[in-house]
Design a protein around this ligand. Structure first.
Ligand code: NAP
Length: 297
């Protein structure tokens, strides 16, 4: 039987401590505040914005989504981030991405001081992660590790594969998994489009983290029997049950892996809700660092 790695109990546990931390801010003090910057009302990120707004509202975090002018270019994005970085009433800033050319996401987000970069995706934040002095770790990487820890998937000293090597998802997750505790302490292989036959490379893996964005990439042909799969990939495909609508799917062919994989995160309800919960928790940590002067944990 393939165990369903439900993300919701993991998110709920995290939300409970975030709610307590927000309550401890005290009456009269401004609550932790998060701003999500995106490119206008037609942004494809409306779904994520709604989810962030709802989560923040439920936890007592002030949330604002800020749309750049639709004609704004890279300079305006940099100017907006500089202004948010200077604004003492804002503690966390997210930039919805990927951004099309000529925007340079990593260059722009490096305008944020690491404390405000609550998604931990700027080159400065990523450098701190590799240097084992993280301020914030990318929320999706932290979420994937939290799920693996919650369900006690094999990590410590075990062969683990991360499929995908982007600067903001695959590589930071691989660094986190390879790091000493509270990292994963795992023996990590990082795979990508040039790393050769996937089945061959995954043969020894006991836990697989897939961060690609290619529906159906993982199935019985390449996942070893009994291996655990944390599906970070997220793609939109036409929904056969609702003509004209799209639905979210991961990298794993879930029906094919059912009864074959040891366990698998579902979509929806897997890594996604935990990622949002991690972002909210990071906003409270940012507030503590910026307002209370606490050191990065
Ligand atoms: P990305 O920049 O497009 O990176 C995709 C990676 O997959 C690249 O490293 C690429 O290799 C690799 N790849 C492509 N085809 C492959 C194949 N056939 N075999 C092995 N590796 C292959 O995407 P990203 O920004 O890292 O995001 C990855 C996925 O995570 C996306 O689906 C995204 O939507 C999802 N995501 C989910 C959450 C969440 O909360 N669940 C949050 C953030 C992102 P090369 O480097 O060689 O091109």
């Amino acid at each position: 039987m393939t165990i369903r790695l439900d993300g919701r109990p993991v998110a709920e546990t995290l939300d409970r401590s975030t709610r307590d931390a927000v309550a401890a801010v005290g009456a009269g003090a401004a609550p932790p505040a998060l701003v999500s910057l995106h490119r206008g009302v037609d942004s494809p990120f409306r779904f994520y914005l709604r989810r962030q707004a709802k989560a923040a509202g439920a936890l007592g975090i002030a949330f604002r989504d800020e749309a750049l002018d639709p004609t704004a270019g890279p300079e305006e994005l940099v100017a907006a981030l500089r202004a948010l970085d200077r604004d003492p009433s804002v503690h966390g800033v997210l930039v919805e991405h990927p951004l099309p050319a000529p925007f340079d996401f990593l260059r722009a987000v490096d305008e944020l001081r690491p404390e405000k970069d609550v998604d931990g995706v700027s080159p400065r934040s990523l450098g701190r992660l590799v240097g084992q002095r993280p301020v914030h770790v990318p929320a999706v990487a932290r979420a994937a590790l939290s799920i693996a820890r919650h369900y006690r998937l094999p990590l410590d000293g075990e062969p683990v594969a991360v499929v995908g090597r982007s600067a903001t998802v695959g590589l930071p997750l691989a660094v986190l998994l390879a790091s000493a505790p509270p990292g994963g302490n795992a023996a990590v292989s990082v795979l990508h489009s040039r790393s050769g036959d996937l089945a061959d490379r995954l043969r020894a893996a006991r836990t697989i983290f897939s961060c690609v964005g290619r529906p159906g990439l993982l199935d019985r042909s390449n996942v070893p029997e009994g291996a655990h799969v944390v599906d970070v990939g997220l793609s939109s495909v036409p929904d056969p049950d609702r003509p004209g609508s799209q639905k979210a799917v991961g990298d794993a062919n879930a029906p094919a892996l059912d009864g074959w994989a040891g366990s698998l995160t579902p979509i929806p309800g897997g890594v996604g809700p935990v990622t949002v919960a991690e972002l909210m928790a990071a906003t409270v940590r940012a507030w503590r660092m910026l307002v209370r002067g606490e050191a990065a944990a």
